[in-house]
Design a protein around this ligand. Structure first.
Ligand code: URA
Length: 246
């Protein structure tokens, strides 16, 4: 095989790997919503049979958030380190004993190194202040600490490789409650293949910590009608926090 042929077959292989990673992702995350009704297709991709599986790959030895942050800033476990400008570790405090978890940094967050500073972040700040919570008094972070290029959804492999960092953050912060923003965050914490409707109905459990699930603020910007149910979720969270602080 000549050089051109080799390059061509390398490129084909790379594209094939990328496409199969995307398929794997969409099957895991969106299988419930896919309404493909072609039996051969279902058979080939085993739609609806796949459960989202998140494996914690390794244990991270850090005894403080600052130590953990410096470990994350050196991270090269997945390809996202090649395109990130900054890691977005998370910020705030555990004063309210609440940790809020989003999906992954966007362009503004990648630029600044801070979570939820773009449009979705401004909405999140307003949502919190509507229930009397100052943003500075909660810790806000994401499932992924680096931005996926072009704001694409996180891949299962990226979620799995980043999962030890989030677990360690929660172990160190010891929140009384967790608010998961959107299905990706809920899926990562709960490892449940459920719809947003089902996820919002219950209070879930992550290692003994109650988890409330609501819509991601970006979804609310796209679908303003969901702000009403999201408001119900926030009131539920506020009641729980108030009870815990009585
Ligand atoms: N969306 C997220 O999920 N996280 C951010 O930090 C910003 C936007």
């Amino acid at each position: 095989m000549g050089n051109t042929e080799l390059n061509k077959s390398f490129m084909i292989e790379t594209v094939r790997n990328d496409v199969s990673k995307y398929l794997e992702y969409y099957r895991a995350v969106y299988s419930k919503y896919l309404s493909v009704d072609i039996p051969e297709f279902k058979l080939k991709y085993k739609l609806r049979e796949l459960k989202p599986v998140v494996k914690v790959i390794d244990e991270i030895k850090a005894v403080s958030l600052s130590e953990l942050k410096s470990i994350v800033s050196e991270c090269r476990k997945c390809g996202l380190y090649t395109t990130r400008k900054n890691i977005v570790f998370g910020s705030g405090s555990a004063k309210e004993k609440l940790v809020i978890i989003g999906e992954a940094p966007g362009a503004d967050e990648d630029e600044s190194g801070e979570p939820f500073v773009g449009r979705a972040g401004q909405l999140l700040t307003k949502m919190l202040s509507a229930i009397g919570i100052e943003r500075e008094n909660v810790f806000i972070c994401n499932v992924l600490k680096c931005r996926p290029p072009n704001n694409r959804d996180p891949l299962p492999d990226e979620i799995a490789k980043c999962s030890g960092y989030l677990d360690k953050q929660l172990e160190l912060l010891k929140p009384k409650y967790i608010l998961a923003l959107g299905r990706i965050a809920a899926l990562r914490l709960l490892n449940k293949d459920s719809t947003m409707k089902e996820l919002r109905e219950d209070i879930h459990n992550y290692k003994g910590i109650p988890v409330v699930v609501t819509y991601h603020p970006s979804a609310l910007l796209r679908n303003p009608n969901w702000k009403y149910p999201a408001w119900d979720d926030l009131k539920k969270l506020k009641e729980l926090l108030d009870k815990a602080n009585e």
